[in-house]
Design a protein around this ligand. Structure first.
Ligand SMILES: *Cc1c(COP(=O)(O)O)cnc(C)c1O
Length: 392
C-alpha cells in the first residue's frame, strides 16, 4: 500500500461508530464496568496490552485511531501521543536513561531540548555532550561506555544541516545506544526513519500533522525493541493529549500528503528567488542543488517541507525590521507547519557549543505556506525593496 492510501485508510474503524468515517471525540476519565467479571476482564486485557478503554489517561479510541494510523505511516511498531512536540521529545529521551548515563545531542537540536540537557538532565545525573551535526560515523569517537542515547535531527532546527543518520545509527548501535530522531521537518512521508536505522522517531505533530495552527501535539513512534520502555515512561509520567487535539491531528493527517508537496514546491521557489538577491549571503535548504546537505537529502529523503533559512550579508541595525515590517503575508511567528507563511528572525551563534555559526549577518527562518507562490514572491520583492531603500 502506498503512503497516500495509508494516510487515508489507516486507523479507521467505521464499523465501531455506526458507519461514521471518523471516530467520535471520546472525552473520558472514568471508564465504567458493571460487574466484577467485567472489571477483571478489562484488567487482564490491559495486562496483555490489548488496546481498549481502561482509563482516560491511558487513551481512548480517538487516541488509538491516531496512534494506529501514525505507526503505520512511520513503519514503526507503535506510536504514543503527547500534549506537545516538546513533551514527545522529552519522553523519548527519559524513557531510555538513568542516573549516570550519557546522551549525545546534535548541536543543531531544537532549542528547548537543548535547555533540557543543560538543566533538567543534569539534576538527575544524566550528562550530555553536543556534537557537530555533520559528524557522520565520526560519532564513534564521542561515544562513552555510558552513552545510552544518540539524539539526532535531520535537517537541524534553524540551521538545516542534513545529518547522515544511517552512519550515526550504525556507530550508536555498535555501542548499544538508542537512536532517537526528531523527524518533524520531513515527516514520515519524506523520511523513512526506521529504514535509516532510527529506533525512536519523534514528530512535533503541532506542525504538519495538525497542519492548521490550531492545536499542540506530539507523537513518538518506536520499533518493537524500544516499545516497552517508552510505554512505561509515558504512563509513569502521566503523558496524554487532549482528545480534541488528537482529533484535530487525525483530521489534519488525512490531507498531509496533499499539503506537503505544495509546501515543498513553494518553499523551493522562494528559496531560489531569495538566493538570487544581492543582499543575501546564503540560503540553507537541503533540497537546493549546491546546499552542503543536498547529497544526503537526495540519498535519504523523498521530498522536502517548506521550512528553510536564509542569511543576509552584514547590514546595519534596523535592517531586519525594514524587511519584516514591510511583508504582508509573512508574519513573525514561532512554530510552523500550518497553512500560513511565516518569517522568524534567528541567531544560531548564541546557542551553538560544538560548532560555530560562520555568518555575521542577520538570519531568518521562512515557512512557506499554502498561499499563491506568486503572491509570496511579490511580497518578498517588496520587502527586499524596502530593505534596499533602508540601506542607502
Ligand atoms: C516545534 C518543534 C518541536 C516542539 O513541538 P511543540 O509542539 O512546539 O512543543 C520539536 N522539534 C522540532 C523540530 C520542532 O520544530
Amino acid at each position: 500500500m502506498r503512503d497516500s492510501t495509508k494516510i487515508v485508510t489507516s486507523g479507521r474503524h467505521p464499523e465501531l461508530y455506526q458507519g461514521a468515517v471518523n471516530p467520535p471525540v471520546f472525552r473520558a476519565s472514568s471508564v465504567l464496568s458493571q460487574t466484577m467479571a467485567e472489571w477483571e476482564h478489562k484488567a487482564a486485557e490491559r495486562a496483555k496490552d490489548v488496546p481498549g478503554m481502561y482509563y482516560g489517561r491511558n487513551g481512548t479510541p480517538t487516541t488509538r485511531a491516531l496512534e494506529e494510523a501514525f505507526a503505520d505511516l512511520e513503519g514503526g511498531y507503535r506510536s504514543f501521543v503527547y500534549p506537545s512536540g516538546l513533551a514527545a521529545c522529552v519522553t523519548a529521551i527519559l524513557a531510555y536513561v538513568k542516573a549516570g548515563d550519557h546522551i549525545l545531542f546534535t548541536d543543531s537540536v531544537y532549542g528547548p531540548v537543548r535547555r533540557l540537557a543543560g538543566s533538567f538532565l543534569d539534576r538527575f545525573g544524566v550528562s550530555s555532550t553536543f556534537y557537530d551535526p555533520l559528524i557522520g560515523d565520526g560519532i564513534a569517537s564521542l561515544i562513552q561506555p555510558n552513552t545510552r542515547v544518540v539524539y539526532t535531527e535531520a535537517p537541524g532546527s534553524h540551521t538545516f544541516e542534513f545529518q547522515d543518520i544511517p552512519a550515526i545509527a550504525k556507530a550508536a548501535h555498535a555501542a548499544d545506544a538508542v537512536v532517537v530522531m526528531d523527524n518533524t521537518w520531513a515527516t514520515p512521508l519524506y523520511y523513512r526513519a526506521f529504514e535509516h536505522g532510527v529506533d525512536v522517531s519523534v514528530q512535533a505533530a503541532t506542525k504538519y500533522v495538525v497542519g492548521h495552527s490550531d492545536a499542540m501535539l506530539g507523537i513518538v513512534t518506536v520499533n518493537r525493541d524500544h516499545y516497552d520502555a517508552l510505554k512505561a515512561c509515558t504512563y509513569e509520567l502521566g503523558q496524554i493529549a487532549s482528545p480534541d487535539d488528537v482529533y484535530l491531528a487525525l483530521r489534519g493527517m488525512r490531507t498531509m500528503h496533499v499539503r506537503l508537496p505544495r509546501h515543498w514546491e513553494t518553499g523551493l521557489k522562494l528559496a531560489r528567488w531569495i538566493a538570487e538577491q544581492p543582499e543575501v549571503e546564503v540560503v540553507i535548504h537541503p533540497a537546493l542543488e549546491g546546499d552542503p546537505g543536498h547529497a544526503l537529502w537526495k540519498r535519504d529523503c523523498t521530498g522536502a517541507s517548506g521550512l528553510f533559512t536564509f542569511v543576509l550579508k552584514p547590514v546595519g541595525d534596523g535592517a531586519r525590521a525594514a524587511l519584516i515590517d514591510n511583508l504582508k503575508y509573512f508574519n513573525v511567528g514561532a512554530s510552523w507547519g500550518g497553512y500560513e507563511s511565516l518569517i522568524l528572525p534567528i541567531n544560531p551563534s548564541k546557542v551553538r557549543t560544538a560548532t560555530t555559526w560562520p555568518y555575521a549577518g542577520p538570519a531568518f527562518r521562512i515557512h512557506a505556506g499554502l498561499e499563491s507562490a506568486d503572491d509570496l514572491l511579490e511580497d518578498l520583492t517588496h520587502g527586499f525593496e524596502c530593505l534596499r531603500a533602508f540601506q542607502v
